[in-house]
Design a protein around this ligand. Structure first.
Ligand SMILES: [Zn+2]
Length: 87
């Protein structure tokens, strides 16, 4: 997977990541439910990121435990293999 500079720039400017329409941010951290130009869903439902947070917490806790034992090579290898699977 390559980094999409165009998507990053659209979001950094406060625009829609799909169509690039400007002015989607209503405040510093407030976004509408949908893009006013193309209708893309911008605000995810509550709990949308719950699975990702659970995995992130678990891997972080596991990594910290391994790190306290001085064995981080296993975690580094695990993350490398997971990243290679996604590509
Ligand atoms: Zn849009």
């Amino acid at each position: 997977m390559r980094f999409r500079h165009d998507l990053f720039l659209r979001c950094a400017r406060g625009g829609c990541p799909d169509c690039g329409a400007a002015g989607q941010l209503k405040g510093l951290a407030t976004i509408p439910d949908r893009c006013t130009a193309c209708g893309m869903v911008l605000r995810r439902r509550e709990g949308f990121f719950l699975g990702a947070m659970v995995w992130n917490y678990g891997l972080t806790a596991f990594g910290l435990l391994q790190g306290t034992r001085g064995d981080t090579a296993f975690l580094v290898e695990l993350v490398r293999r997971m990243a290679a699977r996604r590509n």
